[in-house]
Design a protein around this ligand. Structure first.
Ligand SMILES: Nc1ncnc2c1ncn2[C@@H]1O[C@H](COP(=O)(O)OP(=O)(O)O)[C@@H](O)[C@H]1O
Ligand SMILES: N[C@@H](CCOP(=O)(O)O)C(=O)O
Length: 441
C-alpha cells in the first residue's frame, strides 16, 4: 500500500467511525424524545415471558396494532405486547386472539336486525330441485326484541302472508335459536315485501333465509361456512331442496346437490348483460299444488333428455354461449306436466318470447311466472336505447300471449343478482370506530 492509499484508508475509517457514532447518538436522542405509546420500539426484555424470551436472544417488539392480553386495539399501546421478530407462531397466535375478540364482540346478542333477501327463480327448465338464480327483487325483514309477538307487513303479499308463527320467517328464526341452543325471546317482525307472493319467485325461501339470518344475529351466533355451508344446511332442510335457498344465500346462479351427508352448492358463472323478463300472473300458484301434479317416476328417455339439457344449460351459462340456452332450458320432468294441469299459457308464451328475440324462456320455479332471458343489456335499462336490446319486444310478445289466454298479469324486467342475502341494519351495530362494515351495519 503506498502513502496516498494509506491516507485514503485512514480517512475512510475515521469518517465511517464518526458516522456510526453520530447515528448512534441520534438513535439515542430519538428514543428518548419519542413517546413510547404509538411507536415500534426494540429493547432487551427484563420480564419477557418464558415461552418466548428466556431461552434465546429476544427483543421486545411493541406491535402498534394489538395488545396480546386483551386483544383490544385501543390498549395496543401496552408495554406488555411482546413478540419475537421471527416467531411466526406467536404472531399468528396473537392475531387469532385479536380476531377472536372482534368475533366475540360481533357475536353479542342484538336488539334488532334488518335483513335483505333476493327473489329467486328455480329449475331454469331441466334443473328441477337443483338449479336456481337470485333475481334482483328484494324483500326486507326487520326482527326486533319486543314484549309480545307481532307480524306486520307491507308490499307484495302483505295481506295474504301468514301473521302467526306459521310464517316462514318465524320458522327460520326458530331454527336459528335452536342451532344457537338458546331460548327464543318474544319478537316482533316487520316485512317490506317486494318479492311477488306465491308466484314461483321464491318468496317462501327468501322468508326462511331472512328468518334464519335474523335469528342468528339476534342470538349472537356465528356459523361456519368453509367445508360445511351451515346456513345452507338449515335453510335447505326446511325447504327440502336447495334450488331457491342457495341463490338467496349466495346470489348468482347456483347448482346444489345433497351428497349423502350434506347439501353442497357451487356457483355457475353467468353471462354479462343478461336480463330477466318475467310475466307474473295475478293469480297465486302454490308450490305444493304444482308439485302435486307431478308423478313420482319418469321414463328413462325423459331422464336422458333432462340430463343432456341440464349439462347444456350449465355449459351455455358458464361459457356465455347464449345461442345454446334455448336447448339448455328444455325439460320433460315438470314443465309439460304443469303446463297441462295448471298453466296452459306456458308453452305458447315460451315460443313467443324466443321468437321475438329472447335467448330462452321457462317456467319460473313451480310457476305461474314465466321467465325469459334476454341479452344485450349494457348497464342500466334506462341508459341504453331500446333498439339495442330485446327486452321490450320480448315483454310485448309475452303479454300478447297472456291476453289471448285470458291470463291477467304484469311484466317485470330486472336482472340476476350476483349478491345474496345481507344484513343491512343491526342494533347495536357491528361497525365500530375502527371498522365500518358497508352501509355502516
Ligand atoms: N313470509 C312468507 N312469505 C311468503 N310465503 C310464506 C311466508 N310464510 C309462509 N309462507 C307460505 O309459503 C307459500 C308461498 O310459497 P310457495 O308456494 O313456495 O311460493 P313461492 O314461489 O313464492 O316461494 C305461501 O302460500 C304461504 O303458505
Ligand atoms: N324445484 C321446485 C321449485 C319451487 O320454486 P318456487 O319459487 O315456486 O317455490 C319446484 O319446481 O317445485
Amino acid at each position: 500500500m503506498n502513502n496516498d492509499n494509506t491516507k485514503l484508508a485512514t480517512t475512510a475509517l475515521v469518517a465511517s467511525g464518526l458516522g456510526a457514532a453520530l447515528s448512534y447518538l441520534m438513535f439515542q436522542r430519538q428514543q428518548k424524545s419519542r413517546p413510547r405509546s404509538n411507536s415500534m420500539t426494540f429493547h432487551i426484555p427484563s420480564d419477557a415471558p418464558k415461552s418466548i424470551g428466556n431461552s434465546r436472544t429476544s427483543f421486545i417488539f411493541q406491535d402498534p396494532e394489538y395488545d396480546m392480553n386483551s386483544g383490544d386495539r385501543q390498549s395496543s399501546v401496552s408495554d406488555t405486547t411482546i413478540l419475537m421478530p421471527h416467531s411466526h407462531e406467536e404472531r399468528m397466535r396473537r392475531r387469532i386472539a385479536a380476531r377472536m375478540a372482534v368475533e366475540d364482540e360481533n357475536s353479542q346478542p342484538r336488539q334488532s336486525v334488518t335483513v335483505r333477501v333476493p327473489a329467486s327463480s328455480a329449475n331454469c327448465g331441466p334443473g328441477y330441485d337443483c338449479i336456481g338464480l337470485a333475481v334482483d327483487l328484494w324483500t326486507e325483514v326487520t326482527v326486533s326484541r319486543a314484549d309480545e309477538f307481532e307480524i306486520t307487513a307491507e308490499g307484495d303479499g302483505a295481506e295474504e302472508m301468514p301473521k302467526d308463527d306459521s310464517n316462514y320467517i318465524v320458522t327460520g328464526v326458530k331454527a336459528a335459536y335452536e342451532t344457537a341452543n338458546k331460548p327464543m325471546p318474544p319478537l316482533k317482525y316487520h316485512v317490506v315485501s317486494r318479492i311477488p307472493y306465491a308466484r314461483g319467485l321464491g318468496s317462501s325461501s327468501a322468508a326462511i333465509v331472512a328468518g334464519i339470518i335474523a335469528g342468528l344475529v339476534l342470538a349472537g351466533h356465528r356459523l361456519p361456512v368453509w367445508g360445511s355451508e351451515s346456513l345452507l344446511q338449515i335453510a335447505a332442510s326446511i325447504e327440502g331442496h336447495p334450488d331457491n335457498v342457495a341463490p338467496v344465500i349466495y346470489g348468482g346462479f347456483q347448482v346444489g346437490i345433497h351428497n349423502g351427508t350434506r347439501w353442497v352448492t357451487e356457483r355457475i358463472p353467468s353471462p354479462p348483460g343478461m336480463q330477466c323478463v318475467m310475466f307474473i300472473p295475478d293469480f297465486i300458484g302454490k308450490t305444493s299444488a304444482a308439485r302435486a301434479v307431478l308423478k313420482d317416476t319418469i321414463s328413462r328417455s325423459d331422464a336422458a333428455f333432462n340430463i343432456g339439457r341440464v349439462a347444456f344449460l350449465v355449459h351455455a351459462l358458464a361459457l356465455g354461449n347464449l345461442d345454446n340456452l334455448k336447448w339448455g332450458v328444455q325439460d320433460r320432468m315438470h314443465q309439460p306436466q304443469r303446463a297441462e294441469g295448471l298453466y296452459p299459457h306456458l308453452f305458447p308464451m315460451i315460443k313467443a318470447a324466443e321468437e321475438s328475440g329472447a335467448c330462452c324462456a321457462f317456467l319460473s320455479g313451480a310457476g305461474p311466472t314465466v321467465m325469459a332471458f334476454t341479452s344485450g343489456a349494457s348497464g342500466d335499462i334506462f341508459t341504453q336505447r331500446e333498439k339495442e336490446r330485446t327486452d321490450y319486444s320480448v315483454a310485448k310478445a309475452m303479454m300478447e300471449v297472456a291476453t289471448s289466454y285470458g291470463v291477467k298479469g304484469r311484466i317485470v324486467v330486472t336482472q340476476a343478482s350476483q349478491e345474496g342475502a345481507r344484513v343491512v341494519k343491526v342494533d347495536p351495530p357491528f361497525s365500530s370506530e375502527f371498522i365500518t362494515f358497508r352501509d355502516n351495519v
